[in-house]
Write a protein that binds this ligand. Structure first.
Ligand code: ADP
Length: 141
């Protein structure tokens, strides 16, 4: 089946990230400016620390008068609970992860191993839009 042979690396989009000390307000502005539904939170060198969805930001904004004062690190879903993918993974496996975990986006990462420590550098995002675009491209061929 074609979705098993096409890889995440063939279809993913550029990453949209904020740093851990960014505020909820910054996160909301990024969401609008970049026109995305999920933002990934990174530390130095683009290392993956967490994810924030539009509903996470909506909840935080509704629960507080000053979204400028709340750092995204307080509301994000954090590592090691982030479901991720790599450019080498098949689009089918990545799509199955989205469905299984009921999420809209996966960070595409490069795995970095130093000694016994493994970190994940964010290099892109894989979303339902990538799957829809691929579906249409294949159908139109
Ligand atoms: P929304 O919350 O806007 O419906 P999602 O369904 O993508 O968007 O997110 C649901 C929850 O899962 C949110 O709390 C979010 O922080 C978290 N989340 C989003 N992406 C991931 C991911 N790749 N791995 C783990 N958790 C995620």
């Amino acid at each position: 089946m074609v979705f098993e042979t096409i890889l995440v690396g063939d279809v993913y989009s550029r990453s949209i990230v904020v740093t851990e000390n960014s505020s909820v307000y910054d996160g909301i502005v990024t969401l609008f400016i970049e026109d995305v539904g999920t933002i990934f939170v990174v530390s130095e060198n683009n290392i993956l620390e967490g994810a924030i969805s539009r509903k996470d930001l909506l909840k935080a904004a509704m629960g507080s008068k000053n979204s400028n004062e709340i750092p995204v690190s307080i509301i994000m879903t954090r590592m090691p609970n982030i479901i991720l993918t790599t450019p080498e993974e098949s689009v089918l496996t990545a799509a199955q992860k989205l469905l299984q975990h009921q999420i809209d986006a996966l960070p595409v990462v490069k795995i970095i191993k130093v000694g016994d420590q493994t970190t994940f550098e964010v290099i892109g995002r894989f979303t339902k839009t990538n799957i829809t675009r691929l579906f249409v491209q294949l159908a139109e061929k």
